[in-house]
Design a protein around this ligand. Structure first.
Ligand code: GBH
Length: 476
């Protein structure tokens, strides 16, 4: 057996992607409600108003998790349900808070370990309007700290906390490319506001400080009694050189991971930004004050890893353009020899490459001193899945194979390479609102019938998850 007997596995979701009920029980709007209302931003003009209606179906979702054998469940809280206006002097919405308190009670009752993400991209809209949201260096971290404290105090029974999901996306996609809310970019055809050369790096910095503030609060005010753990979840792809003989491509591979992951992980583990980023971005990368560094350095009890795919990387020559965020390189699906990184999916950025998963777990472990890692997301879409009749969607052999191969790659990283991976959460429990792609792209292990009352039906991949992990986890 390759995984320890206490290894946790389960499924993951996020509030805006599944909850719906955007106007129920006093919830305030988030930046995603606002963004969805802008014509042209979301495929088919979709929004989160109903989604999977999980806000009204918590019992059903817990039954589903139980049936699938899920040991843990990662979900996120909607900040604007709990504090509709978001700020530290704004009122708390007790109904919204109670909803999550009960949900955690019910999960524990069902024997499922909760992993709570405090922030999965749905900032209270008011904070964006009031002071520019993530771009505000003093207000945003303090408001996040307050929100975190409110939640820690109300839900002491949760022992696993994730501050931010993928700050890379909250910075780059929201403030550079403008694909995600609030949609800032330098491209004036897409947005009247934004500066892709500076804003993403400011947002990233402020997210790090906000993370550090929440961790300090948890460690000082709650951890001594509650005895939980807290960390951040970062996304990143593995990279292979387009031309393995070209040292510049080999170097660019490392640089690509640094721009995606070490941007956040280096300050957290080492107290500074990576040299490669300082070199390219210069003073566009904010400088940590001593106070900020003190908050950020050492602020992970564990590393939350979201991982889906890998790329071939080809270096670029000359000075990087001001809006570059990859590290002056390009990513490709084929290498110089003509090998393909992996089969196509419904997501242009995702091609399965399980070996890359094992390699990236090793890369992270070596760089950051073999920290405990929880894989907080891993999964795939399937090309054309949404066009199939429901019965065929349920036979998701492609996804089943993806999970099989990735779980085995993870098991090798643990049993053969000595990496310290402690849990794994598949993305996603069910089909849901896939951000700018609306409901067209499905990532669920369970099918959601959006036309017929949001009925959930396990696909083959969901049913095979328990046997898969049973075959890898040692019996206690
Ligand atoms: C996760 O991000 C999210 O956490 C989750 O909410 C989402 O549903 C899931 O993926 C499936 O998409 O070419 O610059 O546009 C995955 C990591 C990183 C994948 C950014 C898409 C786009 C790169 N994402 N990437 S870009």
């Amino acid at each position: 057996m390759s995984l320890p007997s206490d290894f946790l596995w389960g499924f993951a979701t996020a509030s805006f992607q599944i909850e719906g009920a955007t106007k129920q029980d006093g919830r305030g709007p988030s930046i995603w409600d606002t963004f969805c209302a802008v014509p042209g931003k979301i495929a088919h003009g979709a929004n989160g108003d109903i989604a999977c209606d999980s806000y009204n179906r918590t019992a059903e979702d817990i039954e589903l998790l139980k049936k699938l054998g899920s040991k843990c469940y990662r979900f996120s809280l909607s900040w604007s349900r709990i504090i509709p206006l978001g700020g530290r002097n704004d009122p708390i919405n007790q109904k919204g808070l109670d909803h999550y308190v009960k949900f955690v009670d019910d999960l524990l009752e069902a024997g499922i370990t909760p992993f709570i993400t405090l922030y999965h991209w749905d900032l209270p809209d008011e904070l964006d309007k009031r002071y520019g949201g993530l771009l505000n260096r003093t207000e945003f971290p303090l408001d996040f700290e307050n929100y975190a404290r409110v939640v820690f105090k109300a839900i002491p029974k949760c022992k696993n906390w994730i501050t931010f999901n993928e700050p890379w996306c909250s910075s780059i996609l929201a403030y550079s490319t403008g694909f995600f809310a609030p949609g800032h970019t330098s491209d004036r055809k897409k947005s009247p506001i934004g500066d892709s050369s500076r804003e993403p790096w400011i947002a990233g910095h402020n997210l790090l400080v906000a993370h550090g503030r929440a961790v300090k609060v948890y460690r000082e005010e709650f951890k001594p009694n509650d005895k939980g753990q807290i960390g951040i979840t970062l996304n990143g792809d593995y990279t292979y050189p387009w031309d393995p003989e070209d040292p510049a491509d080999v170097e660019a591979c490392n640089r690509k991971i640094e721009f995606a992951i070490s941007w956040f992980a280096d300050p957290i583990y080492f107290g500074k930004y990576p040299d490669s980023m300082l070199k390219q971005l210069g003073d566009r990368l904010p400088t940590f004050t001593d106070e900020e560094r003190g908050l950020v350095q050492g602020s992970n009890d564990f590393y939350g890893m979201n991982h889906y795919t890998a790329d071939y990387v080809k270096h670029k020559t000359g000075t990087a353009p001001e809006d570059d965020f990859l590290g002056n390189l390009e990513t490709m699906s084929y290498n110089k020899a003509g090998d393909c990184i992996g089969p196509e999916t419904q997501s242009f950025w995702l091609r399965p490459n399980p070996e890359g998963f094992r390699a990236l777990i090793n890369w992270l472990s070596k760089r950051y001193g073999y920290p405990p890692i929880y894989v907080t997301e891993n999964g795939t879409s399937i090309k054309g899945e949404n066009d199939l009749p429901k019965d065929d969607i349920l036979k998701d052999g492609f996804r089943t194979k993806y999970f099989h191969d990735y779980a085995h790659a993870l098991a090798d990283a643990v049993s053969k390479d000595g990496c310290n991976v402690k849990g794994y959460m598949a993305w996603s429990l069910m089909d849901n609102f896939e951000w700018a792609e609306g409901y067209e792209t499905r990532f669920g292990c369970c099918h959601v019938d959006y036309e017929n009352g949001q009925v959930r039906t396990p696909k083959e991949s969901a049913k095979k998850m328990k046997p898969l992990f049973d075959s890898l986890i040692a019996k206690s």
